[in-house]
Design a protein around this ligand. Structure first.
Ligand SMILES: Nc1ncnc2c1ncn2[C@@H]1O[C@H](COP(=O)(O)OP(=O)(O)OP(=O)(O)O)[C@@H](O)[C@H]1O
Length: 796
C-alpha cells in the first residue's frame, strides 16, 4: 500500500506498471495511466504488451519484450528508448523493465517504468527557443548536443545539421584555436562573459558575436560539456566603428543628460576616455558651468529642437578650454517623448586661430560666396563699416557696403572676369549709419584647386585716418590755401601775417603759375580789410584803353559807347584790396594815374575832372623782371618803388621739388571732392616721373596734370598711362619740355582731349571707354555731343 502511495505521488514523473509472469497488468500508478491514456482499472489483467502495441509511441519497444517465464535471474534490468516520429514530432519514450524474482528463483513478474521524455524536453526546448540569444551545448568532445532557434537564425544552420558535429567545424571562429571560450570556462571553472569573437555563418559571411560560456555540470559535479550563448553584434559593432571613424566627436546622452556613448574622436578632442565619462552628466564633465540650465544639450532636449554649429568652449580633461563647434539633436520617440540626445562637436582651435589672425589684421577682410553673400567678416571690417559680424554674414555684400562701385563696377566681379586681382582701388562706401567713408580696396577671386570659383575675397583700408593724418601734415605746411614745405616758402609764410597786418602795398614776383594770386588772396584774408572787397584785375588781359576805364570807371559821354556813368574796379574795391596782376603790362599813361592813387589816394574817372578819394590797398604781381623794365624805361621807377614797399618773390616749382608730393596730395583731395571720383592717389611711377619734370608752368601745370589723370583714370591709382601723352616720351621728360601743348588748355579742352584719346585707344568701343574713364554711358554720350567729337572712321 505504501508502495502504491509512493508511486502515485504527484511528484512522481515516472509511469509504473506491475505485471505477472504472463505480462498481465497487476497494478498501474497514476502517471502510468496518464501516459498510457487509460484508467488503471481498465487494464488490470490485460497483457501489457497488447496495451503497449496499441500505442504508437511504444512500437519500437514491443518486440523487445521477452518471455518472462523463461527468465531465470533477477539480473533482468532492461532499458529501451523509443523515439518514433509522429506527425513530424519526435515522441521519445523511455522504458525500464525490472524483473521480479519469486521465492523459487523463477520470475514472477516485472516492474515496468516508463517516461515520456518529450514532456520535459519540450519545455526546456521551448524555453531555449524563446531566448533571443543563440544557445548551443556541447559534450565533452565538443560535439554539439543542442542548438536553439536564435542560434539557427544567426548562423543559418538548422539544429539537425549541426547536432553531433564539432562546434569548431560549424563556427570557424577566430578564437577557436587560441582562446575557445568553452574550454576556458571549463578550465577556469567559471562563466566567461562578453567576449567578442568573429564567426562564419553558413553562407561563409563573417559575423561579430558577443559570447558567454559556462561549463555543463551533472548532479555529481562532473563536467559533462559546455553551454555557450552568443549575440550577433555585427550591426552594433559597425555603428561603433562608423562612429569611431568619424572625425567629429560624438556623444549620446539619456534624457537626464548622462553620457551613454562617447566616440574615439570625442576621446581625442577632450582627453577623456569613454570609460571615464559613461554614466556622468555631460555638462559636469565638459562645460565650465555644469548647471544643466546652461547646457545646450539639456536645453535642446527640453525644447525638442536641434542646433547646428554653435560655438562653445569645452573643458578638456587637463582643465584646458577647447573651442568647439557643436551640433545637437534630441532623440524623439514615436510617442513624442525625448529618449535622449546626440551631440557632435568639432575642434575649432584652427578656425579660431585663423579668425584671430584675421581679426588682428588692421585691414578689413571679408569673403563672399558665389551668390555675393558674405561668408566671413573680420574685426576691422566691423570697425570700418559699423556692421557686426553676425549681422553682416549672410547678407549680400552690396547691402552692407552700399558702395559707389557695387553692381556695375564690383571689384570682385572685375577680378573674376579679368582673372587678375584688383588692388588699391579707392571707393566710397556708406557705413551702417549711412555715413560716407573713403576706403581703398583690393579684391581677388577665391578659387579651389581645380580652378572652380568659390567666391571672392576683398580687403579694404579705411582712408579716413590716412586722410586725417595727411590733413594734419598739410596743415603744418599750409598758409591759407598755399601749401609748401620748402624753406624759401616757409620763410614767406613767417612774414606773411606781418605783411597782411600792415597797410603797405605789396609786390609779388614769380613765374606764371607759382601762386602769386594765391599769396595775394592769403594776404587779404589775413589783413584787417578782409571784411571789405577783394578785387582782382588782370592788367595783361585787357587792351590799354579798356584797362583805364576798367580800373577807374568813366563818366557818361567819356567815349562813344559811354552812355552813363560806370564805376571802376578801384571804386569796387573801396575800403578793401585790389590785386593788380600782370602789373608789368600796364601802359605808361596808366602808370602815372596809378602812382597818383598810391601817393595822393585820389583818381579821376575817365571823362571826369572830379577827383575821387580812394582807400584801397594795392597788391601787385608780375612774372616780368620789373627792374629790367625800369632800366629800359618801360616802367616808371617811382611807381616801381612805391609798389615795391614789400616784395615777395615766389620760387618756381622746379626749385622746390620737395613740394611736389605734397601738392599732388592736395590736388588729388581737391579733385576727388570736386569730381566725386574714386581715385586712391598717384602711382609711385607717376610720382617719380613728376619729380623729374621741370614744370615750366609751375604749380598750375602740376594741377592740370593731376586733373587730366582724374579724367582718364577709372579708379584706383593714377598711373603713367593716365598722364598726358607727352609723358610717354622719356627724352622729353628729361628736358622738361613736357606738357607745353596742354599747359594752357582749359579744363574743358583737357576733358575733350582725354575723351578723344580714350575713344581712340579703345577703337571707339563705348563700353570700354566708359570703363576706362569711370563714367556712365549717358555721360559719355553727352560729352561726345557737347565736344562734337566724331569718329574719324564714320566721318570718312
Ligand atoms: N603753393 C600752392 N599751394 C596750393 N596751390 C597752389 C600753390 N601755388 C599755386 N597754386 C595753385 O596753382 C594755380 C595757379 O596759381 P596762381 O593763379 O596763384 O598763380 P599765378 O602765379 O598767379 O599765375 P599767373 O602768373 O599765371 O597769374 C592755382 O590754382 C593755385 O591755387
Amino acid at each position: 500500500m505504501l508502495y502504491r502511495n509512493c508511486l502515485d505521488s504527484e511528484d512522481f514523473a515516472i509511469g509504473y506498471l506491475t505485471v505477472d509472469e504472463q505480462w498481465r497488468v497487476t497494478s498501474c500508478n497514476r502517471k502510468g495511466s496518464y501516459i498510457l491514456g487509460v484508467h488503471a482499472s481498465a487494464i488490470i489483467g490485460e497483457d501489457c504488451r497488447k496495451i503497449f502495441a496499441e500505442d504508437t509511441r511504444f512500437q519500437e519497444i514491443c518486440p523487445k519484450f521477452f518471455d518472462l517465464n523463461q527468465q531465470k535471474s533477477s539480473s533482468n534490468f532492461i532499458e529501451f528508448v523509443s523515439a518514433p516520429r509522429i506527425n513530424d514530432k519526435v515522441h521519445p519514450i523511455k522504458v525500464r523493465i525490472i524483473t521480479i524474482p519469486g521465492k523459487s528463483g523463477t520470475i514472477v513478474g516485472a516492474l515496468i517504468g516508463f517516461v515520456d521524455l518529450s514532456e520535459p524536453l519540450a519545455a526546456s526546448r521551448m524555453i531555449l527557443n524563446s531566448i533571443a540569444e543563440g544557445v548551443f551545448t556541447v559534450d565533452q568532445n565538443w560535439r554539439i548536443t543542442s542548438f536553439n532557434r536564435a542560434a539557427e537564425d544567426i548562423t543559418g544552420y538548422l539544429e539537425e545539421e549541426v547536432l553531433g558535429r564539432s562546434c569548431k567545424e560549424i563556427f570557424k571562429a577566430n578564437i577557436c584555436k587560441t582562446s575557445c571560450a568553452i574550454s576556458d570556462c571549463i578550465h577556469e571553472k567559471r562563466t566567461i562573459s562578453d567576449r567578442t569573437a568573429f564567426i562564419e555563418d553558413k553562407e561563409g559571411q563573417i559575423l561579430a558575436v558577443k559570447i558567454s560560456a559556462s561549463p555543463l555540470v551533472d548532479m555529481l559535479g562532473n563536467v559533462i560539456g559546455g553551454v555557450e550563448t552568443f549575440t550577433d553584434i555585427t550591426q552594433t559593432l559597425q555603428y561603433e566603428l562608423i562612429l569611431d571613424a568619424v572625425a567629429d566627436g560624438v556623444l549620446t546622452v539619456c534624457p537626464n543628460g548622462r553620457i551613454t556613448s562617447f566616440n574615439k574622436a570625442a576621446e581625442e578632442i577632450t582627453g577623456y576616455s569613454e570609460r571615464e565619462v559613461i554614466g556622468k552628466i555631460c555638462s559636469e564633465v565638459l562645460l565650465a558651468s555644469p548647471k544643466p540650465a546652461s547646457c545646450p544639450l539639456i536645453i535642446c532636449m527640453e525644447e525638442k529642437k536641434s542646433i547646428v554649429d554653435k560655438e562653445l568652449f569645452f573643458i578638456g580633461k587637463g582643465g584646458f578650454s577647447i573651442p568647439v563647434s557643436v551640433s545637437i539633436a534630441p532623440f524623439i520617440g514615436p510617442d513624442g517623448s525625448v529618449l535622449g540626445g546626440v551631440q557632435s562637436f568639432r575642434n575649432n582651435t584652427n578656425q579660431l586661430q585663423k579668425a584671430l589672425i584675421l581679426d588682428s589684421v588692421a585691414d578689413g577682410v571679408f569673403t563672399v560666396d558665389r551668390d555675393w553673400r558674405i561668408t566671413s567678416f573680420n574685426l576691422s571690417a566691423e570697425l570700418i563699416t559699423g556692421w557686426n559680424r553676425e549681422a553682416a554674414i549672410g547678407q549680400y555684400c552690396s547691402d552692407v557696403f552700399c558702395s559707389s562701385i557695387c553692381g556695375k563696377n564690383c571689384a570682385i566681379a572685375e577680378s573674376l572676369y579679368t582673372g587678375t586681382p584688383v588692388s588699391n582701388r579707392s571707393i566710397t562706401i556708406k557705413d551702417r549709419k549711412g555715413k560716407a567713408k573713403s576706403i581703398s580696396i583690393s579684391a581677388a577671386p577665391l578659387v579651389d584647386q581645380d580652378g572652380n570659383v568659390l567666391g571672392g575675397v576683398e580687403t579694404f583700408r579705411d582712408l579716413s585716418v590716412e586722410m586725417y593724418l595727411r590733413q594734419q601734415l598739410k596743415q603744418k605746411y599750409t598758409f591759407d590755401q598755399i601749401i609748401s614745405k620748402s624753406p624759401s616758402m616757409q620763410r614767406i609764410f613767417q612774414i606773411l601775417p606781418e605783411i597782411a597786418r600792415s597797410e603797405s602795398n605789396v609786390l609779388i614776383l614769380g613765374e606764371s603759375g607759382t601762386g602769386k594770386e594765391l599769396v595775394a588772396n592769403a594776404i587779404y584774408n589775413a589783413s584787417m580789410r578782409n571784411d571789405r572787397p577783394f578785387v582782382v584785375v588782370n592788367c595783361g588781359a585787357l587792351p590799354d584803353t579798356l584797362l583805364e576805364s576798367e580800373l577807374f570807371g568813366y563818366k557818361a559821354g567819356a567815349f562813344t559807347d559811354a552812355r552813363k556813368d560806370r564805376l571802376g574796379r578801384f571804386a569796387a574795391a573801396e575800403g578793401g584790396t585790389i590785386f593788380l596782376d600782370e602789373i608789368g603790362d600796364i601802359p605808361h599813361s596808366l602808370q602815372v594815374k596809378l602812382l597818383r592813387v598810391i601817393q595822393q589816394k585820389v583818381y579821376e574817372p575817365l571823362g571826369s575832372n572830379v577827383s575821387v578819394q580812394a582807400d584801397v590797398r594795392i597788391i601787385a604781381a608780375t612774372n616780368k623782371d620789373l627792374r629790367e623794365l625800369v632800366k629800359k624805361g618801360l616802367f616808371r621807377d617811382d611807381l616801381y618803388y612805391r609798389l615795391n614797399v614789400v616784395n615777395i618773390a615766389l620760387p618756381p616749382l622746379r626749385e622746390r621739388a620737395e613740394d611736389i608730393p605734397l601738392l599732388i596730395d592736395h590736388f588729388v583731395d581737391k579733385f576727388r571732392i570736386e569730381k566725386q571720383k574714386d581715385i586712391a592717389g598717384i602711382d609711385e611711377q607717376v610720382i617719380t616721373l613728376l619729380m623729374k619734370y621741370s614744370f615750366p608752368g609751375n604749380i598750375r601745370e602740376l594741377e592740370n596734370i593731376i586733373e587730366y589723370g582724374f579724367i582718364l583714370c577709372p579708379g584706383g591709382y593714377i598711373k603713367p598711362e593716365h598722364l598726358p601723352d607727352t609723358f610717354d616720351d622719356d627724352e622729353q621728360n628729361g628736358n622738361g619740355a613736357l606738357l607745353s601743348s596742354h599747359r594752357n588748355l582749359s579744363l574743358e579742352e583737357l576733358e575733350k582731349k582725354a575723351i578723344e584719346l580714350c575713344l581712340h585707344r579703345n577703337k571707339w568701343k563705348k563700353m570700354a571707354t566708359c570703363r576706362d574713364l569711370g563714367i556712365s554711358k549717358d555721360t559719355l554720350r553727352r560729352k561726345i555731343q557737347k565736344y562734337q567729337i566724331v569718329n574719324p572712321v564714320e566721318s570718312s
